[in-house]
Design a protein around this ligand. Structure first.
Ligand code: NAD
Length: 464
């Protein structure tokens, strides 16, 4: 781990499993409560240093981290592949996507606005950093999501203690070592361990902000724990995104665009279509097109040439997908592609399409987070929109039509943070990203994402 700019060795460790083989590949450090306290103390000391006031040093540091991630790209990507099972081409692409976040926030200015400027007073609103940020990430995009949190937190003048998922700690731990060569001691501390150490971070008295990405269940615990001493809280949680296909679509074209999205990262992305709504008149055609496309997907080991989809990233997730598919089958769903795991020790699952399935079946009602896609039949647009909205989830959604205006009118009715027209899952650093309903609290990315790591302050000067 990295605490106060130095390597920190633990007495306890835990296994890191390669999901492509099922074999234990590494031992990761299990942070003790004493070490967590040291990390929090170091972050607090760093916050009280000139870090908070020296804007140009902070901008330069962010740019230097972006450069260092690029310089260490191959090494970081190998670790990511080992711990997550992502196909090499996808893992490279994912890590190439990380530095833009650091550079985007390095260039961004914190707003300062004049609210009153008259004979009586000069009143400005500025944004102050909060202090120490406790950042907690999931296993599906470790390095990218670390940047989503650390870059804006540092730009605003905060310091950070970050904990990656126990399933994928290696790339973030290495990033911590790399950052220690760039940032002042204590500015970013990287610890690792299970959910218990995460819970200790969110109830710890030092952090003034929690930035969490993960499941709704954990988010609920974190919100309750963090609010006791009024920590500021940003939660990015699960989604069960609907993609509504309108009756004028070119089926082949729409399905060709949708399949890389629904199967991206083996279906383990928060903001991808997870429920397809197809009009009754086109239902069979849509199912056939998805079936043919899913049957063509090459599932294989991360470094095998031609691999399009790797294994599920964790054993619990692999078991969950098996359960959800067998539950759907016993509820009468028709499996038109895939339907079960591949032989072998890795967590490989065949890309699966489920037809004749509707609400009341777990794979429709819950977030599957894997390569099994339910296709739902609808009778009217109103019916599709109502059913798409009839869920606690509210991350993203999309509507697909040959007429973008028609699709936009449907998309706008979705109760979600981001709604797309003839697209889905476009998440660049400059576009604010937030979940509606139980999918999130607060905003990531864009200016709003930066402001989430600050507190507004009014400076009110009376004029004599
Ligand atoms: P998870 O909630 O099990 O774990 C996420 C992180 O939280 C891990 O580091 C874990 O150790 C920690 N944690 C768990 N319980 C905790 C607690 N009580 N207190 C503090 N920390 C705790 O989620 P996961 O299985 O790693 O990730 C999958 C989920 O993440 C999916 O639901 C997915 O949709 C969601 N996700 C959301 C976004 C988004 O931007 N909205 C992005 C990626 C993933």
């Amino acid at each position: 781990m990295t605490i106060d700019g130095k390597p920190a060795v633990t007495t306890e460790t835990f296994d890191v499993v390669n999901p492509a083989t099922g074999a234990v590949e590494a031992q990761a450090p299990e942070c003790s409560i004493e070490q967590l306290n040291e990390a929090m103390d170091a972050a607090q000391r760093a916050y009280e240093s000139s870090w908070r006031t020296d804007e140009s040093a902070r901008r330069e540091a962010l740019r230097a981290v972006a450069d260092a991630i690029e310089a260490h790209h191959d090494e970081l990507t190998e670790l990511l592949i080992l711990e997550s099972g992502k196909p090499a081409t996808f893992a490279h692409m994912e890590n190439q996507g990380a530095p833009p976040w650091w550079r985007y926030y390095a260039d961004m200015d914190l707003p300062r606005s004049v609210v009153v400027d008259d004979a009586t007073a000069f009143v400005e609103q500025v944004y102050r950093p909060l202090g120490v940020v406790a950042a907690i990430t999931p296993w599906n995009g470790p390095l990218g999501l670390a940047g989503w949190k650390i870059a804006p937190a540092l730009r605003a003048g905060n310091t950070v203690v970050i904990k990656p998922s126990p399933f994928t700690p290696l790339s973030t731990l290495r990033l911590g070592e790399i950052m220690a060569g760039i940032l002042p001691p204590g500015v970013v501390n990287v610890v690792s361990g299970g959910d218990k150490i995460g819970a200790a971070m969110t109830s710890h008295p030092i952090p003034r902000k929690i930035s969490f990405t993960g499941s709704i269940e954990a988010g609920r615990h974190i919100a309750v724990s963090g609010i006791r001493d009024f920590k500021r809280i940003t939660l990015e949680m699960g989604g069960n995104d609907a993609a509504i296909l309108l009756d004028d679509i070119d089926v082949e074209k729409a399905v060709q665009a949708l399949v890389p999205l629904t199967t991206m990262n083996c279906g383990q992305i928060c903001a991808i279509p997870k429920r397809i709504f197809a009009p009754a008149a086109l239902y069979d055609q849509v199912v056939d097109a998805f079936t043919a496309a899913y049957d063509r997907i090459v599932v294989g080991a991360p470094y095998d040439e031609g691999t399009q989809m790797g294994p599920l990233s964790t054993k619990p997730q692999f078991d969950r997908i098996k359960d959800l598919v067998s539950d759907a089958k016993s509820a009468g769903a028709r499996v038109t592609a895939g339907g079960g795991p591949l032989d072998g020790n890795g967590y490989f699952f065949r890309p699966t399409v489920l037809a004749d399935v509707a609400e009341g079946v777990r794979i429709v009602d819950e977030e599957q987070f894997g390569p099994a896609l339910p296709i739902l039949k609808y009778d009217s647009i109103d019916d599709a929109v109502a059913r798409a909205n009839n869920t606690e989830f509210g991350l993203c959604g999309s509507a697909w039509s040959s007429d973008p205006d028609r699709a936009a009118a449907v998309a706008q009715q979705l109760e979600v943070g981001t709604t797309f027209v003839n697209a889905h899952a476009i998440l660049p650093p400059h576009i604010p990203f937030s979940g509606a309903k139980a999918s999130g609290l607060g905003v990531s990315n864009g200016l709003a994402g930066l402001l989430g790591f600050t507190e507004p302050q009014v400076i009110h000067r009376v004029r004599a």
